[in-house]
Design a protein around this ligand. Sequence first.
Ligand code: SF4
Length: 433
Amino acid sequence: MICHIEVYGCQMNAHDGEILSGILKSAGHTVVKNASIAEAIFVVTCAVREHAETRALGRITHLAGMPDQKPLMIICGCVAQEHGDRLLKKMKLLDFVIGPDLYHRIPDLLREKTGRLSLTEQGVEKYESVSPDRKEFPRAFVTVMRGCNNFCTYCIVPYVRGRERSRPSDLIINEVRGLLKAGYKEITLLGQNVNSYIHAGINFPKLLEMVSIEAGNKCRVRFVTSNPRDLSLELAQVMASHENICNQFHLPAQSGNDRVLKAMGRGYTRNEYIAKVVMLRELMPDIVISTDMIAGFPGETTEEFEETISLLQEVRYDYAFLFRYSEREGTAALQISPPVPVKERLARLSRMQDLQAEITLEKSREIVGKHMTVLVTGPARREGQMASRTMGNRLVILESLSYEPGQMVQVRITRADGYTHFGEPLSTLLKKN
Ligand code: SF4
């Protein structure tokens, strides 16, 4: 069958899309970029915010309505898991509703023509024997754990991704060895909350160290996502003592106010959170730190929101992913009142965005003139330029096409515009001088 896959949402979904493509290809199906020739269309969806859900369902309706074509329509991912049968009843254009832990069942469904079906059992994924159809050479994702047990009150992830389960470390190391043999130069360890990885007595700091030793000077190692409450000194020390572990940490704070953090069920206070940031910066002074923040959580007063603003000012993140609170069905925060009016949520969000845009620009300008090693990842958006990434995951544009994806290049940062930086290869500079 000719299949087409579209993916929305986080890196976990992006990698699940690679796994799904690998499953389809190994079952003899073809996966194409062009939806208009597909006989089966898979949309891997995200349910983290209402907007993400509406957008994906809108796309499905559009794809199903394409003229002179009646492809099988299959919704996958977190929205599929969240609604299951209800969605099948509500959207007649859907043929299958498949949760994120059941992609291994898809070849049978396509072969057996079972009729319209919804599958949403959790924690039953069989992906160990799958070779993912990877899309990001020279960078690769490796899932180390799935699910989350934290139940932050605004978050739908524990409901749609199930309970935490960690992959055996030997299988993770085998996958890493395969990627090194295939010439990958950067591996990102993935999980909804990697810090709570635990398998046969091996916790995340130990696993990270094992992967780092395996990768050696052939490959650099990154990981995402962490809940600050589980960030340990042990993990920070492992990061600081291995050169190939990237000096980058995504540390979602979500709020700067203790009462709101408690209502969110985050499990740390503002001061405990700041102490973790200080710990990271003491051990790795040039670490790049990013965060997630939510504006307008139910009951959040203007004074409490000011503490989120002051946290952004105090920590001065390199980047921040900023959101307004979005009601999610089934989450505990729905019972918290009074709700902050949407207009006010948007006003608070835009204040955060304005402030963080200034900070991101100032922080990025601090690296102008510095020498850095970048990994060439592929062509940049603009013609004649290549894109590359620093250890801190900063985007650096090279004004030349004479570099191959996977090459490590020494550059001097010549310009910085916040999210984008420009670098001049030292080799070129040497020639010029
Ligand atoms: S730790 Fe992250 S994924 Fe887990 S419930 Fe909290 S916000 Fe959601």
